[in-house]
Design a protein. Structure first.
Length: 439
């Protein structure tokens, strides 16, 4: 979840909690206010009744017999029964029937129990007013206030989203730049100055860090390139000297021949390592043009021809499942090197007498080249780092030279990144591994 969405969600949840608590408070406030008005209304009826009786005491009997104050109000007058102190006012909400003979359901009423003095005689008066209409007013007020609050929350959410998008725009620009840094050539990216202090500090730190990384990477790259290049000449001389010694093997003892052979093997391995590192360095320096039209199936056929001796030596069967023709823009020699390394790896790890499957698949814009072997598969601990440099497992089969420096799949990854391809490796269901390049 994005930062601005998290902030908005947190603010919204906090606002809803406040809204819920406020709603409870508003409910009790509105209810108290409405019932307060209702009680005042009943008190006013009491005052009007007292004034009427003061003017004409005989009207008490008429009021007592009629018991009507209005369509939603009624009155009950009895001789003083002591339920309330003289001149006191007792309010209560009760459920009762105004006319039990005609009504079948009780209604809610607000009742005022009080007393009046008529000609030195106390009477207990109970004034009733139906609560329903007042509760309707209460609900109307409450719903109106809550609807206004909800509209305010919605407007606040929209406004917060707009403001956060503006405020966090520099931060997301920094995040976007970081997400697009996927290879050494992207280390030249810089992060701009902003008006937000915290983001400005972050961008300055990132710029400084990128500068150090860029400098370190350039130094490392230059060292690898220089060292690899400088090693080639002395290694060639060592190989030639070893070959010259071995050419006169008949005049040498076994120990000398073995030592010369070991020197030659070591020189060969170092030459391979030097050439591989030099290739990776040139790839990362982008010293290759990528404007050739490359047909993957044709390149694969050339690789198979070159590796045919190893295939025959291990009596392997190659199954070609070329479902489609894949044409890409790039460097044909580099793409050939990538396919060569994948196929060579499959031959190395596949047991003699089994098969290797070469596939091309096209599904819309998704195109891939895959090699599936029947070897022991990739150990689980190597699955996440199989494309790392100098990564080697001990699962190769007998009969195949494994003097490689462990840079084959690393070269595949470097070539893929240069062409904006993707590469992947996984254990094939059942047996063996599958290595793919996704174009």
């Amino acid at each position: 979840m994005k930062l601005n969405n998290k902030i908005l969600l947190s603010n919204t949840l906090l606002t809803l909690v406040v809204f819920a608590l406020t709603s409870i408070g508003i409910y009790y406030l509105v209810n108290s206010t409405v019932y307060g008005e209702l009680d005042n209304h009943l008190l006013q009826h009491k005052i009007d009744l007292i004034n009427q009786i003061d003017e004409d005491a005989s009207s008490l009997q008429d009021i007592k017999e009629l018991g009507i104050l209005g369509s939603y109000e009624w009155i009950d007058i009895q001789k003083y029964d002591g339920t309330v102190a003289p001149n006191a006012n007792d309010f209560a909400t009760i459920d009762t029937m105004r006319n039990p003979n005609k009504e079948i359901e009780e209604k809610s009423y607000r009742r005022l129990t009080t007393t009046i003095n008529v000609n030195d005689t106390y009477y207990t008066i109970r004034l009733y007013e139906e609560v329903a209409s007042w509760e309707h007013i209460s609900r109307t007020i409450l719903l109106s206030v809550l609807a206004g609050l909800l509209i305010w929350i919605l407007l606040l959410y929209i406004l917060n989203q707009f403001v956060l998008d503006k405020v966090l725009a520099p931060f997301y620009e920094t995040v976007s730049t970081l997400e697009h840094i996927s290879n050494p050539s992207d280390l030249n990216e810089t992060f701009p100055e902003t008006t937000t202090y915290e983001i400005n500090v972050l961008n300055r730190a990132l710029n400084s860090m990128m500068q150090h990384i860029r400098s370190s990477f350039e130094d490392q790259k230059q060292f690898i390139q220089n060292a690899s290049h400088e090693l080639l000449t002395p290694l060639s001389i060592i190989r030639q000297k070893a070959e010259k010694i071995l050419s006169n093997a008949e005049s040498l003892d076994k120990q000398t021949i073995k030592a010369a052979g070991n020197i030659q093997d070591t020189a060969v391995r170092l030459s391979r390592l030097s050439n591989a590192l030099l290739l990776i360095s040139r790839i990362e320096n982008r010293q290759y043009s990528l404007d050739e039209d490359v047909e993957i199936t044709s390149i694969t056929e050339n690789v198979i021809d070159e590796l045919s001796d190893f295939i025959e030596m291990k009596q392997l069967t190659l199954e070609k499942e070329f479902d489609c023709s894949i044409n890409v823009k790039g460097n044909s020699e580099l793409i050939r090197a990538a396919i060569y390394n994948i196929v060579q790896n499959a031959i190395k790890y596949t047991p003699s007498g089994t098969s290797i499957i070469l596939q091309t698949k096209c599904n819309g814009e998704q195109r891939s080249f895959s090699v599936l072997d029947e070897g022991p598969g990739i150990p689980n601990e190597f699955l996440d780092s199989v494309f790392a440099r100098f990564q080697k497992t001990q699962n190769h089969t007998d009969g195949f030279d494994d003097d490689s420096p462990g840079l084959g799949l690393s070269i595949v990854q470097s070539i893929s990144r240069l062409h904006n391809f993707n590469c992947s490796a996984k254990n094939h269901p059942g047996k063996g591994a599958e290595v793919s390049i996704h174009f």
